[in-house]
Design a protein around this ligand. Structure first.
Ligand SMILES: Nc1ncnc2c1ncn2[C@@H]1O[C@H](COP(=O)(O)OP(=O)(O)OP(=O)(O)O)[C@@H](O)[C@H]1O
Length: 710
C-alpha cells in the first residue's frame, strides 16, 4: 500500500472504531432498559422511541456508513468530514453527528456531486446552501471491518473517473436470492427521482435493469424520512405484478430500516375491498392463451378485453350508467302507510337528491329510509285512538316493507353485471364472454377496476383506506382505469409509477404510451422521468438485447450500459436429439462457476415443465416457477419467459430461441428482450431449428456461436 493510502486507511480505521464503540455503548444502554407494556401513554411513547432507536442502531452496527464527503460551507474556514450511512448516529454526550442519514438534505451532495472544482449546493430547510467539496470517499465496511477505501474525488487531485470504479465493483458482485439496497451507489439520475417532492405523480420510463424497482423502494424510505410529520408507513402501498415478485423485493425496505408498508397485487387488494363477492377466473388460462406460439395466439387490438374494459372510455360509459341509475333510484310512487298519511314522491326525491346528496348512494339510501321511518313514527304520534294506532302501526310496517322493496338494492357486482348486460357499445363477443363468467360469479383482472369504481360510488371511500403514497411497479401492464381508481384513493396524487414500455409483454391489457396515465393527473401534478442507463447486465448483454429491441419494429429507447465488460453472449445451435442434454451440460457449467443464481428460461409453460422434469431425472434439482408461485427461492430455476419479468439471475440460459418461437413481431421481441435482460453476467441462448429472426445474421463482435464447454 502506498503511504498516502495507508495513512487514509489508518485514519478511517480509527474513526470506525470510535463510531462503532459509540453505537455499541448506546445499544447496551438501550438494551438495559426493559420494554414497557403498561397503559401509561407517555411511557408507551418513550418506549416506542427507544425501540426505533434500537432498531436503527442495530442496522447501523455492522456497517455504520459507506461514504464520506468533506464539505466546506460558504462562510466557514475549513471542510468538515460528513460520514453518510443508512441511519443517522449522534454522540449522545457531545451532540456530534457521527453518521448522517443518507436521506438528509446535506447527504444529497454525496449523490449529486460528480466531480469538478465548482461549488456544490444542496437544498436545506433554510434555503440553498453552497460550498466546496474537498473529498468524496467510498468505504466498504462489513461486520465492522473496514474492507475498502476508494477516493472518488479529491480537490486538486487527478480525479480519474474513479467514481465509476466503486459502482463497477458493486455491480460485478454476484447476487443472492433477493433484490438489495443501493444506498452506497445511488446514481445522480436515480437520486433526483428518489428525492422528488411528495405530492406529485411521478411516471418513470426506465430501460431494463435501470433500477426502477430499487429506486421506488428507496423513494419510500426517503418520503418517510422527509415527510415524517405527514406520512405513515401503514398508509403507503406497493403494487407489484405477483406474490413471488413481492417476496423477491422483500429485503430492501427492512435493509433501509423501513417496515409496515403495505405490499400487494392489484387483484388481492381489490378482492378484499369487494369482500370477496367475486372470484377470479384461472389467470393461468389467459396467460397460456396470450403466450402461445404462433397462430394459437389471439390478435392484439383495442377490442381485447383488457384494453377495452381498462379504458377511460369504458369508465365514462359506466359513469353515465351510474348517473342514470341514480336519477331513477327513488321509486316513482308516493308512500301511503294508511289512509290520510301520504309521503309524496317529490319530498323523498328532494331528500335523496338534495339534502343527502353528499353521501354515497348506499349511505343515502340508508339515510332516506331512516328518515321515512321517522316520518311514519311522527305521523303515528298524531293518532290518538289506541286501537287505530295499533292497526296503523301494523299495516304501516307491512306497507313500508313493500315500499322499500321498490328501492334498488344492488351490490357492486350485481350492478356491474346489469350495466355490462345493458351496454350496447361493448363489443358483442366481450359482452357474451363476460355474461358467461358472471353467471359463475367469476371475473377477469380487467373487471376489478370497474367493480371497485362502482363499489366506491355505492359505499364511498373510508378515510382510513386512503394512501399517503402509492407505488405501482411494472405499470406498463396497468390500465388507465386501474390508475384512475387508485387516484381516488391516494392523497395529493402522490404516486411513483414505474415501468418499461419495451417490456410491455402484457400489451393485451396494458398501455401503449405513458400519456395514457399522465393525462389523468395534469401537467402541474405530474412529472415524467427517463432512466436510460442499465446497471444490471454487462455491456455485451445490453448490446445484444438492444439489437432485439431495434428489430421489434416499435419506437424504442436503447439501454446505455455502464462500462462493465464480461464474456460474449453465446448463441448456439443444437440438434433436437441433443437439446435436453445440452441444456443440462450448459446448466452444470454455468452453476459450477461463480454464479449463485442460474435460470433456464423456456418459451412456454409446457417447455419449462418438460425441462424441469428432465433435469430432475438427471439428478439436478431446480425450482420450476409457475404463475401461482408465492416464494422466490433463488438458486437454480426453470421458468417460462413471461414469468421472468422483474427478476434477475447471475446467468441465464434461454432455450428454443427458434424462428417459430420468437417471430419478427413486437410481441415476441419484447418477450425475448425481457428474457435476455434478466442476466447479470452470462447469457447463453440455444436454438434447435432456424434461429429467431430477432437475433439472426448478427456480426461476430456481438456474439459467439460456440458453447464454452467441451
Ligand atoms: N445505482 C445502483 N448501484 C448499484 N446497483 C444498482 C444501481 N441501480 C440499479 N442497480 C442494480 O441493477 C439491478 C436492476 O435493478 P432493478 O431490478 O431495480 O431494475 P429495474 O429497472 O426495475 O429492472 P427491470 O425493469 O429489468 O425488471 C439490481 O441488481 C440493482 O441492485
Amino acid at each position: 500500500m502506498e503511504p498516502e493510502i495507508q495513512s487514509a486507511y489508518n485514519s478511517e480505521l480509527q474513526r470506525l472504531e470510535k463510531t462503532a464503540a459509540e453505537i455499541e455503548s448506546q445499544l447496551q444502554t438501550l438494551e438495559g432498559i426493559p420494554r414497557y407494556y403498561g397503559d401509561d401513554l407517555t411511557e408507551q411513547a418513550l418506549d416506542n422511541i427507544r425501540e426505533s432507536q434500537r432498531q436503527a442502531l442495530t442496522i447501523a452496527g455492522p456497517e455504520p456508513y459507506f461514504g464520506r464527503l468533506d464539505f466546506e460551507e460558504e462562510g466557514h474556514d475549513q471542510p468538515v468530514p460528513l460520514y453518510i450511512g443508512k441511519v443517522g448516529v449522534e454522540n449522545i454526550e457531545t451532540g456530534e453527528l457521527l453518521v448522517i442519514d443518507w436521506r438528509a438534505p446535506v447527504a444529497s451532495m454525496f449523490y449529486s456531486f460528480t466531480g469538478g472544482d465548482e461549488p456544490a449546493t444542496y437544498d436545506s430547510p433554510d434555503g440553498l446552501i453552497q460550498g466546496l467539496i474537498y473529498l468524496k470517499r467510498n468505504l466498504v465496511i462489513r461486520k465492522q471491518i473496514l474492507q475498502r477505501v476508494v477516493d472518488a474525488y479529491e480537490r486538486g487531485g487527478e480525479n480519474l473517473a474513479v467514481a465509476d470504479e466503486f459502482l463497477l465493483y458493486r455491480l460485478g458482485e454476484n447476487k443472492d436470492n433477493k433484490l438489495r439496497d443501493i444506498v452506497s451507489t445511488i446514481q445522480e439520475e436515480q437520486d433526483k427521482i428518489i428525492r422528488s417532492a411528495k405530492n406529485l405523480a411521478l411516471v418513470i420510463q426506465g430501460v431494463a435493469g435501470s433500477g426502477k424497482t430499487t429506486v421506488a423502494l428507496h423513494r419510500l424510505a426517503f418520503l418517510l424520512y422527509q415527510y415524517r410529520e405527514n406520512v405513515r408507513a401503514e398508509r403507503m402501498i406497493i403494487f407489484a405484478p405477483n406474490s413471488m415478485f413481492l417476496d423477491y423485493i422483500s429485503s430492501v425496505l427492512p435493509e433501509l430500516g423501513v417496515g409496515g408498508i403495505q405490499q400487494t397485487t392489484f387483484t388481492d387488494w381489490t378482492l378484499d375491498l369487494l369482500d370477496q363477492e367475486v372470484s377470479m377466473t384461472d389467470p393461468a388460462e389467459r396467460l397460456t392463451e396470450w403466450f402461445a406460439i404462433g397462430e394459437n395466439r389471439p390478435t392484439l387490438t383495442n377490442e381485447a378485453p383488457g384494453r377495452w374494459k381498462g379504458s377511460l372510455h369504458f369508465k365514462q360509459l359506466l359513469d353515465e350508467q351510474l348517473q342514470a341509475y341514480e336519477t331513477t333510484f327513488v321509486p316513482e310512487a308516493d308512500f301511503t302507510p294508511w289512509e290520510g298519511a301520504t309521503l309524496r314522491h317529490r319530498t323523498v326525491r328532494e331528500w335523496f337528491h338534495t339534502e343527502y346528496k353528499h353521501y354515497p348512494l348506499a349511505k343515502r339510501r340508508e339515510r332516506v329510509h331512516a328518515r321515512i321511518k321517522r316520518w311514519m313514527e311522527m305521523e303515528l304520534d298524531k293518532v290518538w285512538e289506541v286501537h287505530l294506532k295499533k292497526d296503523y302501526k301494523k299495516s304501516g310496517s307491512a306497507k313500508l316493507k313493500t315500499y322499500f322493496k321498490l328501492w334498488p338494492a344492488h351490490t357492486p357486482f350485481t350492478l356491474y353485471k346489469l350495466f355490462v348486460s345493458e351496454l350496447e357499445e361493448m363489443p358483442e363477443a366481450l359482452r357474451k364472454s363476460s355474461a358467461k363468467s358472471f353467471k359463475k360469479k367469476k371475473v377477469e383482472l380487467e373487471d376489478l377496476a370497474p367493480l371497485l369504481y362502482i363499489r366506491d360510488r355505492l359505499h364511498g371511500i373510508d378515510g382510513n383506506d386512503v394512501f399517503d403514497h402509492t407505488v405501482i411497479d411494472e405499470a406498463q401492464d396497468f390500465s388507465p382505469f386501474q390508475i384512475a381508481v387508485l387516484n381516488d384513493r391516494t392523497r395529493g396524487k402522490s404516486f411513483t409509477i414505474l415501468g418499461d414500455l419495451s417490456q410491455g409483454i402484457h400489451a393485451y391489457q396494458g398501455i401503449r404510451d405513458w400519456q395514457e396515465f399522465l393525462g389523468l393527473f395534469g401537467e402541474d401534478d405530474s412529472a415524467f422521468f427517463r432512466l436510460d442507463r442499465s446497471y444490471r447486465s454487462t455491456m455485451e448483454i445490453i448490446h445484444f438485447a438492444n439489437v432485439i429491441l431495434e428489430r421489434s419494429g416499435e419506437p424504442v429507447t436503447l439501454a446505455k450500459p455502464v462500462f462493465r465488460s464480461g464474456e460474449k453472449v453465446v448463441v448456439h445451435a443444437v440438434t433436437p436429439d441433443h437439446r435436453l442434454e445440452t441444456i443440462r451440460r450448459s446448466l452444470e457449467h454455468l452453476r459450477s462457476g461463480e454464479s449463485s443464481t442460474v435460470a433456464v428460461i423456456a418459451r412456454t409453460d409446457e417447455e419449462a415443465r418438460e425441462i424441469h422434469e428432465y433435469l430432475a431425472e438427471q439428478g439436478i434439482e431446480t425450482t420450476l416457477i409457475h404463475s401461482g408461485q408465492r416464494q422466490y427461492r433463488g438458486g437454480l430455476s426453470v421458468l417460462p419467459v413471461y414469468l421472468s419479468k422483474g427478476l434477475e439471475f447471475d446467468a441465464v440460459l434461454l432455450t428454443d430461441v427458434d424462428s417459430t418461437r420468437y417471430e419478427l413481431n413486437p410481441q415476441d421481441a419484447k418477450l425475448l428482450y425481457v428474457g435476455c435482460t434478466r442476466a447479470l453476467h452470462h447469457l447463453w441462448l440455444l436454438h434447435t431449428g432456424e434461429v429467431s429472426p430477432l437475433i439472426s445474421d448478427l456480426s461476430d463482435d456481438i456474439y459467439t456461436p460456440e458453447l464454452p464447454i467441451t
